[in-house]
Design a protein around this ligand. Structure first.
Ligand code: ADP
Ligand code: ADP
Ligand code: MG
Length: 675
């Protein structure tokens, strides 16, 4: 085994490869463009080399610079990741010429599969089924049009050199063929520098099913089961799962054999994927991707293999230790979290990730990401920022885990497809396994429609956040006010007493919403007009969770949670629930600050019923304002109960484990000024 590895890539895949390389004790070498100087993959590496300006053509696609960096670093091997140079035969050769191991297939196999048309010719010879179509070298207009007629409409024109879903044109009728052909050639020439095309019958409701293969240098080629990647947008995958659900044993065996035959036909070695398009029990070879694929984690989760580890071991000459495919266990589903706005025709989003909170891996999901909170998503590379992958004993269990994980993700700052992913995973048709490449289009009404105006909950949460902020301010004012007789300085316990009121105008979806709040008897009475213009009056109690942005709300006795974050006048509210929603409200006007009466000493009480998790103070202990006195658990959230003022704890009533009613005294604090 070599001892050092350069990863000629960035983002989540570079990070993911380093994770395995580090576990195997290899020295990790990164390369980076000027846009990635502070990127996570650079931080994770032992060494990192700059390779040029942000555009990929000036950095991550520069074979010369990458080889030079490898020389400088003394890298013994290069892993290309996916995208960029991963399927570039010249790069594989350049590595070889420089005496560096290329972690991938032989250049000859990359070349054989590089052109979809040439690959099909090889596959036809190997007896692998192809979609009815035309992939010959004769490319004149008349011949292509005649072939389209023979295949039958609708016909799909693909760029032979294509990839990433680009350069595909569906033609519904013969009359449109000539124009579509001209357009397809233009795109192919511009994107791939090669205007050759091939034709396929366009299947209306196919599934995308692929087979992971792994081959060593000693003649073993194995299939590692199927994946279904049917849920796509713009011919690009959004959700992937393994194994592909609902296939008969015959079809499964047929796919495995066709995949292994395909790989064998080109002398394949290392990890690769053979992609098929399937309709009913029929399946056809589409292309082979001669590299590690984005969706490889689902295969890892069902087989227990680390594919990157096997890529490295195979590249260093090791033989696969098994002669049959290792068994698959359970089911795994992956979603691609992308910085893009599905409701604006999938427009990629750039900007700063102000907030990027992912569930912990302990929650039973795997998360592969290349970014962290505070990073900026630049326009230079792919929009994918993370993959969330869940495994379960069956598909339903994996989906339950995935739903829970997606519900826990918090992102602010840029648009993402998170809401779409949540809706797909929760969609009854998806749950039922009704998969086809037309899934998103067929369910666009459910998946892409603007969130329903449940926003009254958002309005209430935003109001609660403003009232709590106001309470903090009043408290601060009371503490710093020099005038002991000021009405702000009442000393009747830190609970709110007496009447106080506030009025606020918030703008939501362009409409101005006026909210009046009055305090009395332990709760706020909120009045506003509902989204359907009905007058609403309700009783609100609110408290903050341990995480300052988490709010616990009690609205007329119904308890819910919300996450509320302020950016100047914008309040971003995320509501929990089976389908978490995010709304942004803007504070237009705050009329008459809330006269919340706060005193310096007194009982600190439980704001809502709960269980005491921990008591942090003892009688006689001095405390500073804001210091945690007690941790209370309510609604599965820990609440931090803080000291209202600087002072001394004179009494501790709370005991860990106690269940307390709302209003129960927990601690008594004698404030400094009162002492
Ligand atoms: P897969 O079948 O593995 O999903 P894709 O066609 O989606 O393959 O491409 C794999 C990934 O490679 C893309 O998601 C993208 O991140 C990356 N990629 C492909 N081409 C480029 C490119 N020209 N520049 C940057 N990244 C690219
Ligand atoms: P790429 O190189 O861009 O990945 P593929 O040939 O793998 O191109 O096709 C990408 C996607 O386009 C497929 O996953 C499928 O959704 C769709 N597609 C490809 N061929 C056909 C076809 N003959 N009929 C219908 N859809 C197709
Ligand atoms: Mg493909």
């Amino acid at each position: 085994m070599f001892r050092s590895l350069l990863v000629a890539n960035r983002g989540e895949i570079a990070c993911r490869i380093f994770r395995t390389a580090r576990r195997m004790g290899l020295r990790c070498i990164a390369v980076y463009s000027e846009a990635d100087a502070h990127a996570l993959h650079v931080e994770l590496a032992d060494e990192a080399y700059p390779i040029g300006p942000p555009p990929a053509s000036a950095s991550y696609l520069r074979i010369d610079r990458i080889i030079e960096a490898a020389r400088q670093a003394g890298a013994e091997a290069i892993h290309p990741g996916y995208g960029f140079l991963a399927e570039n035969a010249e790069f594989a050769e350049a590595c070889e010429q420089a005496g560096i191991v290329f972690v991938g297939p032989p250049a000859s196999a990359i070349r054989a599969m590089g052109s979809k048309a040439a690959a099909k010719a090889v596959m036809a010879k190997a007896g692998v089924p192809l979609v009815p179509g035309y992939h010959d070298d004769v490319q004149d207009d008349a011949r292509l049009a005649a072939e389209a007629d023979r295949i039958g409409y609708p016909v799909l024109i693909k760029a032979s050199a294509g990839g990433g879903g680009r350069g595909m044109h569906i033609v519904e009728r013969a009359a449109d063929f000539a124009d579509a052909l001209a357009a397809a050639r233009r795109v192919a020439k511009a994107a791939f520098g090669d205007d050759r095309v091939l034709l396929e019958r366009y299947l209306r409701r196919p599934r995308h099913i692929e087979v992971q293969v792994l081959g060593d240098a000693h003649g073993t080629i194995l299939d590692l089961h199927t994946r279904d990647c049917s849920v796509q947008r713009r011919y690009q995958k959004v959700v992937e799962e393994a194994p592909a659900p609902d296939l008969s044993d015959t079809v499964r065996a047929g796919l495995a054999k066709a995949a292994v035959d395909s790989a064998r036909a080109v002398g394949y070695r290392n990890a690769g994927t053979v992609e098929f398009i399937a309709e009913g029990d029929a399946f056809y070879f589409m292309e082979m991707n001669t590299r590690l694929q984005v969706e490889h984690p689902v295969t890892e989760l069902i087989t227990g293999l680390d594919l990157v580890e096997w890529q490295l071991r195979i590249a260093s000459g090791e033989a696969l230790p098994f002669s049959e495919s290792p068994p698959a266990s359970g089911h795994a589903v992956e979603v691609r979290l992308c910085a893009e706005d599905p409701t604006l025709d999938w427009r990629p989003a750039v900007g700063r990730l102000d907030r990027f909170l992912l569930p912990e891996e302990a929650s039973g999901v795997r998360i592969d990401t290349g970014v962290r909170e505070g990073d900026t998503i630049t326009p230079f590379y792919d929009s994918m920022i993370a993959k969330v992958i869940a495994h379960g004993e069956d598909r339903a269990a994996a989906l339950r885990r995935l739903s829970a994980a997606l519900a826990a993700i918090r992102i602010d700052g840029i648009a993402t497809n998170l809401d779409l992913l949540r809706r797909i995973v929760g969609h009854p048709s998806f749950r039922a396994g009704d998969l086809s490449t037309g899934f998103i289009a067929a369910h666009a009404d459910d998946l892409l429609a603007a969130p329903r105006p449940l926003p009254d909950r958002a309005l209430i949460a935003a109001s609660a956040a403003l009232l709590l902020d106001e309470q903090d301010r009043a408290e601060h004012f009371a503490r710093t006010s020099a005038d002991p007789h000021s009405p702000w300085n009442r000393r009747d316990g830190w609970r709110l007493h007496g009447a106080a009121s506030a009025e606020t105008e918030l703008i939501q979806d362009g409409a101005v919403r006026r909210v009046r709040a009055e305090y009395g008897d332990g709760f706020w009475r909120l009045r506003f007009r509902s989204s359907t213009d009905e007058p609403v009056a309700l009783a609100l109690r609110a408290g903050r969770g341990l995480d300052h942005d988490a709010l616990l709300l009690d609205v007329d006795g119904v308890r819910t949670r919300a996450t509320v974050r302020r950016y100047g006048d914008d309040i971003v509210v995320t509501l929990s629930g089976p389908e978490p929603t995010t709304a942004t409200l803007t504070v237009r006007h705050q009329i008459g600050a809330a006269a919340t009466a706060i005193a310096s000493s007194g009982s600190v009480v439980a704001p809502i019923p709960g269980r005491i998790v921990k008591v942090m103070v003892e009688p006689g202990q001095p405390v500073a304002r804001g210091e945690t006195l007690v941790i209370l658990e309510a609604m599965k959230t820990e609440l931090r109960i803080a000291a209202p003022a600087d002072g001394t704890v004179t009494r501790v009533t709370a005991q860990a484990g106690d269940l307390v009613a709302e209003g129960t005294e927990l601690v008594f604090v004698e404030a400094e000024s009162a002492a």
